[in-house]
Design a protein around this ligand. Structure first.
Ligand code: MG
Ligand code: FE
Length: 169
């Protein structure tokens, strides 16, 4: 691997590490607030656990490549701003906006891992691919779950809203 593509791979891994920390900060407040959608809450809860495992895998890969861990914190802070718009706390339809934003975020993660795997394949870091593939598979499964559930969540939201409005009258 040339120096520059090695650096690109390391930078990509650090970006993925920051992305996963951002994923936690997006999902955790949602889980804390969800009341009427227990299946969404349960899936988010399990993806939070998965995400913690993903972070551990990325750290193990970075360590195996002798990357400097000190820069990870700065990257996390800089990425936080770029996804600030993802939180929709306090919007009356926050469950819908969050469902859409979560689907977008999972697809961002899928693209990130596909990119990392391409770099690993091209640049002689094939030993890291099984770990990256495991992260990718979890993102694909989460994106698929969100994809399968958006209609049901929307219709439940609509019926809860209707029931709430009926109750008021
Ligand atoms: Mg993830
Ligand atoms: Fe994810």
């Amino acid at each position: 691997m040339t120096t520059s593509s090695h650096e690109l791979f390391i930078t990509g891994l650090k970006n993925a590490h920051a992305m996963e920390n951002q994923a936690l900060s997006i999902m955790k407040p949602q889980v804390a607030r969800i009341e009427s959608y227990p299946d969404v809450g349960a899936r988010l809860e399990s993806h939070i656990r998965e995400t913690e495992g993903q972070i551990a895998r990325l750290e193990a890969i970075l360590d195996s490549l002798g990357a400097d861990r000190n820069s990870l914190k700065d990257m996390a802070l800089s990425l936080a701003g770029s996804f600030a718009a993802v939180g929709h706390t306090a919007a009356p339809d926050e469950i819908l906006k969050n469902s859409m934003a979560n689907f977008a975020f999972e697809n961002f993660e899928i693209a990130a891992y596909k990119s990392l795997i391409a770099l690993a394949e091209a640049g002689g870091h094939r030993e890291t691919i099984p770990q990256l593939q495991r992260n990718l598979d979890e993102e694909l499964a989460m994106a698929d779950w969100l994809d399968q559930n958006i209609e049901a969540v929307t219709l439940k939201f609509a019926s809860l809203k209707e029931a709430g409005e009926t109750a008021k009258k």
